[in-house]
Design a protein around this ligand. Structure first.
Ligand SMILES: Cc1cc2nc3c(=O)[nH]c(=O)nc-3n(C[C@H](O)[C@H](O)[C@H](O)COP(=O)(O)OP(=O)(O)OC[C@H]3O[C@@H](n4cnc5c(N)ncnc54)[C@H](O)[C@@H]3O)c2cc1C
Length: 391
């Protein structure tokens, strides 16, 4: 097989890149280790920055997002049992759209298959070759057969546990990594959201988070210890703990059947640069952001946009400068997102070594953030997605 761009991974980054390239008449083949149904049902992120929603719209993939997603123009910080609303709309003129990552994946797969472009699911033993040379290639197994795809460029969009990042010699990468001393227990429940806005809650027993997926489906999280096992959290215990942490004056939590639950570790990772020869990394293959800032999927989709633009220029005109600038342009956004996620995480979570004075410092920061227009605006412009005036 031969293609212009070999894309490893059918998550948001890989599928978005494939779609944007096809709109420019550039061929690609997407390979994916998972089954189509599994990829389409992975419940993960769901908060889209305005720029991400705009990009989905602009490339014709935003139809269902616009009809089924919910636009939020505010976000609530809850502490000492009281709500403080950050008015994203008034402070920035923009908002966020809540629409599940798995729905975006479904939409992009449907578009690609409708357009007759290939996605090869359930591949195994994926290996990247000659990535430093002009003719890189990918080998893998599909239905027991060995397959080789010759490419001009490979896009490594295979997430944090993929093979692309590890195909780059370690000495050529700088890795920044940090593990947080807690995890998030997340649930999906068939119940109308208990609040009109997304709620980030500081509590002495640990952080709690209330979000939505649709008018009838809620997504909630609890900070837990990293070694917690989901088997130790029956549904009643989860609802009781959520009720305790989220308690607020004149407010009550609606519970309902839990349809999915899991524990995700909290960590951050960045590798630099995001390019090695003819291999370009995008999304979680290059970085992991703690979910507190809701940035992971946004970075993945926006990087697909930047890479598609650079590849289009190169294939059309031979100008390689946008491709050479790809890594630095993305990393500027990545570090902004990492800083925001770290800041939100530090302000809202209970650290194992937290003493009374650290809790007071967190509360002082929260108090300042919701009362100072400048501080509130800083949170708001990062939450809806900070756009650099010059890129
Ligand atoms: C368990 C989990 C829970 C998360 N929860 C949240 C959340 O609640 N809120 C939030 O804001 N963010 C969350 N995130 C982050 C967000 O979902 C990611 O940032 C986003 O999925 C990144 O998209 P991506 O396309 O880069 O990678 P992915 O979505 O990981 O897609 C990579 C794809 O590559 C495939 N793949 C892997 N290896 C190979 C290979 N060798 N060959 C071919 N294909 C391969 C994978 O099967 C996958 O389909 C979560 C992430 C994870 C992993």
């Amino acid at each position: 097989m031969r293609t212009q761009v070999g894309i490893v991974g059918a998550g948001p980054a890989g599928l978005m890149l494939a779609h944007l390239l096809s709109l420019q008449g550039i061929e690609s083949i997407v390979i994916e280790t998972g089954k189509r149904t599994d990829v389409e049902h992975r419940v993960r992120a769901g908060v889209l920055e305005q720029g991400t929603a705009d990009l989905l719209d602009a490339c014709g993939a935003g139809g269902r997002m616009r009809s089924e997603g919910v636009v939020h123009d505010g976000v609530v910080l809850r502490f000492r049992g009281e709500d403080h609303r950050i008015d994203l709309g008034a402070l920035t003129g923009r908002g966020v759209t809540v629409y599940g990552q798995q729905e975006i994946v479904k939409d992009l797969i449907a578009i690609r298959l409708r357009d007759g472009h290939p996605i090869l699911f359930e591949v195994s033993n994926v290996q990247l070759h000659d990535i430093k040379r002009e003719h890189p290639w990918i080998s893998f197994l599909l239905d027991g057969a060995s397959i080789r795809i010759d490419c001009d460029v490979i896009a490594g969009c295979d997430g944090v546990d993929g093979v692309s990042r590890d195909s780059i010699p370690k000495r050529s990468l700088t890795t920044y990594s940090r593990a947080y001393p807690f995890a998030w227990l997340g649930i999906v429940a068939t119940v109308a959201p208990s609040a009109a806005d997304i709620v980030y809650c500081h509590h002495e027993r640990g952080f709690a988070f209330l979000s939505t997926r649709s008018p009838a489906v809620s997504r909630l999280y609890l900070q837990v210890a990293p070694e917690e096992r989901i088997g130790d959290w029956p549904d009643t215990r989860i609802w009781e703990e959520l009720e305790t942490r989220l308690a607020a004056h004149g407010w009550s939590l609606h519970d309902g059947p839990i349809t999915g639950k899991g524990i995700t570790s909290m960590r951050s990772l960045v590798v630099e640069p995001m390019q090695f020869g003819r291999l370009f990394l995008a999304g979680d293959a290059a970085h992991v952001v703690p979910p507190t800032g809701a940035k992971g999927m946004n970075l993945a989709i926006r990087e697909a946009g930047i890479l598609a633009e650079a590849l289009t220029m190169w294939f059309r005109t031979g100008d390689i400068s946008p491709l050479d600038a790809y890594s630095a342009r993305c990393l500027r956004r990545v570090w902004r997102a990492q800083h925001f996620a770290w800041w939100m995480t530090s302000m809202l979570h209970r650290f194992p070594d937290s003493d009374a004075s650290q809790v007071q410092l967190q509360l002082a920061q929260l108090d300042y953030t919701v009362n100072s227009p400048a501080a509130a605006k800083s949170l708001a412009e990062n939450y809806v997605g900070y756009e650099w005036a010059s890129e």
